[in-house]
Design a protein around this ligand. Structure first.
Ligand code: 6GU
Length: 229
């Protein structure tokens, strides 16, 4: 998979070199290219924003650098990419959407700052590929960088070969619509707290049943919305 990122803070993405994603990059499983939006500015101050038409608070990202950035990325792509613009006004990013996007050949993350990007950029990007505005949830971040990092990690770890043991992908929160069951390791007693005895029983059927009950119980307590309640 190829992933391009456009941002005015490309160094935010330096951490993609560490951990699992870094190994996947080094192994050539994921080709990540981070671009500084200011590469496509030509004035002395490398301006990327301006005041909003119609007035109002804050600044809006100018369309011209974005247009050139997207053109440059598409020019050396072999497919029509999926453009993901992180936005609190977007559709909510979920595990199901991560799974869907993990099958895409080319993702482009466009990180907005300030009050957002000139709306015409989204319409232009829609001529070059598929456009998705995606939100992490109902709260506001200062820009799309942290949101893009979260989505790249969620998507990247679903690409075959990125996570060493694929079994570890199936029994986790959200993969079956439930929160994951509680986990314990040695010692069996720690600061007077015992591991639930069933886990020491060796009865794999009973353990599977207990874990599923735990999943349902914590989902009901913490995330009733997932159960449609
Ligand atoms: Cl994707 N972007 C920003 N700026 N804020 C957010 C978000 C995204 N998701 C939740 N809050």
């Amino acid at each position: 998979m190829r992933i391009d990122v456009v941002s005015i803070f490309p160094s935010f993405f330096d951490v993609l070199d560490v951990s699992l994603l870094g190994k996947a990059r080094a192994a050539g499983i994921i080709d990540v290219r981070v671009h500084d939006l200011r590469e496509w500015t030509y004035d002395r101050h490398r301006t990327v924003d301006d005041t909003p038409y119609g007035g109002g608070a804050g600044m809006v990202m100018k369309p011209e650098p974005w247009g050139e950035a997207l053109d440059a990325i598409v020019a050396d792509s072999t497919v029509r990419p999926t453009f993901i613009f992180p936005s609190p006004a977007g559709e909510v990013f979920t595990q199901a959407k991560a799974r869907e996007l993990a099958t895409d050949e080319h993702l482009v993350f466009g990180c907005g700052r300030y009050e957002g990007i000139d709306e015409r950029v989204f319409a232009y990007a829609a001529e070059l590929g598929t456009v998705r505005l995606m939100s992490l949830g109902d709260y506001v971040l200062n820009g799309g960088e942290v949101a893009s990092m979260a989505m790249i990690e969620a998507i990247g770890r679903l690409i075959p070969g990125v996570v060493g043991n694929p079994d570890s992908l199936v029994e986790e929160s959200h993969e079956d619509g439930l929160l994951e069951y509680p986990s314990y390791t040695k010692p069996s007693v720690w600061r007077d707290r015992e591991v639930p005895p069933i886990l020491l029983s060796g009865n794999h059927g009973a353990i599977a049943t207990w874990r599923h009950e735990q999943q349902v119980q914590r989902t009901r307590e913490r995330r009733p919305d997932l159960l449609g309640d």
